[in-house]
Design a protein around this ligand. Sequence first.
Ligand code: C2E
Ligand code: MG
Ligand code: MG
Ligand code: MG
Length: 281
Amino acid sequence: RAKASGKNKYMFYAAKMSDVEDEKHFLEGELSKALQNEELVLHYQPQVDLATKRIVGFEALLRWHHPKLGLVSPASFIPLAEETGLIIPMGEWIIRTACKQAATWRDGGYELKVGVNLSPLQFNQSNLVGLIAHILKETKLPPHLLDLEITEGIAMKKEEQVIKKLHQLKELGVQISIDDFGTGYSSLSYLTKYPIHTLKIAREFIREIGTSRQEEAIISSIVMMAKNLGLTVIAEGVETNVQWQFLEKQDCDHIQGFYISKPIPETEIIALLQKSEAHYG
Ligand code: C2E
Ligand code: MG
Ligand code: MG
Ligand code: MG
């Protein structure tokens, strides 16, 4: 009996393992067609200035509408896109689409920033600076309206190359944000070496506002440090009024999160801008 069940157990794991492999293979194949099949779309999440209560920009967040699987979360396919290199052509589409979108807002009288997430492979691609320069020219978007989000993970590796590239991007006039700040186990010394504009405080800290004095202390310290370094600071993942109030009291610059709005399709943006002007402004 024991032997039989042991064997079954093994077969169970073996079957599981190949399912996972099969699924990965399947997704990989599907993902490689997603771009040309126009299954990718960007949603946009607003960022609000706490002093003026105005929307100052939107973060572009990738969505994959698969015809059979439905909406696939970026957390599950970005790592695969990164692993397969598909993130390179996808990333070019993302930057171009986001810049076009921000240029359209501007034509409509809304001067708003657009945030674009860069994965490590994308950041390290050798023609990144040229590509961005080209897209800015093509879309006529003023460079300061493009905000590139990188994680501390990128900042840690190959320091000299990273500094050089960040300076080239700065020269273009685009802005650089550190995404998920505080979760990357990296040293703080890069904050003075790298030409960055913004720290985005990770949701992991914001979530604990009202429940953990320690997390609150970390947030206050990050805000104060950012101010002293002349950086802008944004809180990510703001979901409640309590969090909003706390961040406002700390003099945090901007907030982003479900409390204001979930990421929305481009068709809903103008309505949100009109509503928010009436509501916050
Ligand atoms: P991220 O850049 O840190 O983006 C924030 C994530 O938190 C988004 O998830 C957003 O929908 C979610 N979020 C925003 N506000 C709240 C809130 O109040 N509560 C909660 N619980 N969640 C909130 P999403 O869109 O699923 O994206 C997940 C991650 O996938 C992103 O994290 C980013 O690392 C990556 N990603 C998304 N779009 C792109 C892209 O275009 N390119 C690259 N390279 N990565 C992307
Ligand atoms: Mg981000
Ligand atoms: Mg983030
Ligand atoms: Mg992230």
